[in-house]
Write a protein that binds this ligand. Structure first.
Ligand code: NCD
Ligand code: ZN
Length: 347
């Protein structure tokens, strides 16, 4: 197959940042994606409905002419989040999800949740009104090995939460382990998981073999090969509980290439080509549309997009830019370390 036309995709986990970085990265998502769930971990974070409305307006103002793109807003859950504010944002059609960051788990998560008991009232309200909770599924206990933090989170936090609030819609964001995949598979349809582009392509060797490669550092950290295989199986299975959230997370190069580099991989530019390559390798090109354009929309109760995009396959590998230049500096683009033959045809 050399040409594939599918519904315009949605990205159910995207970091756009703000200001100069926003201006630099947004066009690369809005070019191909119709909608994206916008992560709220700005500094300071997007905690209230008013913050989300203001951030949404800044995103819309940064959109290039002619790009139709809907930013779907999320709130950053803190131990002082007010259930009424969350509900008001939801009733206005502004807030599509609330994001739970365990405090200290990842980039800009310091204002996140230390004691999940302190957010019970918000979670109960969300369960009652049907507002999804997106979770960064890693424990922060210093005694837990970084490669085990997701599996331990499932056991210590996610499974008990799932039992306590069976009505709550939960998305395990950027699942990276077979433990996470197995957990989701064992639940009803109101538990789902997003999978990133890069976790389908790299394992932890990309990060550590032959030298330390900071542009492959992200959280949750890439795991061993057997986990990557489990993610590929889940993504290409057609199971509607697994859908795309790129977690494209730009950081300017100096913030990654230093003694204590930031976590995050920028994939907005080549995500669709990389995914087509992965699905082709798995003999599942016919399921790409479900993963990128149908299953996520169904989970969030949205209609799939009516517009289409066309992906084409060329014999010579596609050359994607190595970096983009934003007013906040250069940002390195994800290098999949394998030839990519697919790209989105210009509309
Ligand atoms: C994200 C970021 O940079 O904001 N980083 C990452 O490694 N994925 C935060 C996150 O989603 O964990
Ligand atoms: Zn993220």
């Amino acid at each position: 197959m050399h040409v594939l036309t599918i519904r315009r995709p949605d990205d159910w986990h995207l970091h756009l940042r703000d200001g100069a970085v926003l201006n630099g990265v947004l066009p690369h998502s809005s070019q191909n994606f119709a909608r994206a769930l916008i992560m709220p971990n700005l500094v300071p974070p997007v905690v209230g409905a008013a913050d989300a409305a203001a951030y949404r307006a800044r995103i819309l103002a940064a959109l290039p002419e002619g790009h139709a793109f809907e930013p779907m807003m999320t709130l950053y859950l803190t131990e002082t989040t007010e259930p009424d504010d969350v509900e008001a944002g939801f009733r206005d059609g502004l807030v599509q999800a609330v994001k739970l960051y365990p405090a200290g788990a990842t980039t800009n998560s310091q204002s996140g949740v230390r004691d999940i008991g302190k957010v019970s009232a918000v979670l109960e309200r969300m369960a009652a009104i049907g507002l999804p909770l997106c979770v960064h599924g890693e424990v922060t206990d210093p005694a837990v090995d970084i490669f085990d933090r997701e599996a331990v989170f499932v056991e210590r936090v996610l499974a008990p939460l799932r039992r306590r609030l069976p009505e709550l819609k939960i998305v395990m964001e950027h699942v990276t382990t077979s433990d996470g995949v197995d957990f989701v598979r064992a639940q009803a349809a109101n538990t789902a998981a997003t999978i990133t582009t890069h976790h389908l392509i790299i394992n932890r060797n990309a990060l550590l073999v032959g030298g330390i490669r900071p542009h492959y550092y992200c959280l949750p950290i890439a795991k061993r090969e057997s986990h990557r295989q489990a993610l590929r199986k889940a993504a290409t299975s057609g199971d509607a509980r697994f859908f795309l959230g790129t977690d494209s997370a730009p950081h300017a190069d100096p913030a990654k290439e230093c003694a204590c580099g930031c976590a995050g991989i920028f994939t907005a530019i080549n995500t669709m080509g990389c995914l087509a390559e992965v699905f082709e390798q798995e003999g599942a090109l016919d399921r790409l549309e479900a993963f990128v354009a149908l299953s996520g929309a169904a989970f969030y109760g949205r209609r799939p997009n009516e517009e289409r995009i066309t992906l084409t396959r060329q014999d010579e590998p596609v050359r994607f830019p190595e970096k983009i230049w934003t007013e906040a500096g250069a940002v390195t683009v994800f290098d999949p370390q394998m030839p990519i033959h697919w790209s989105v045809r210009d509309a």
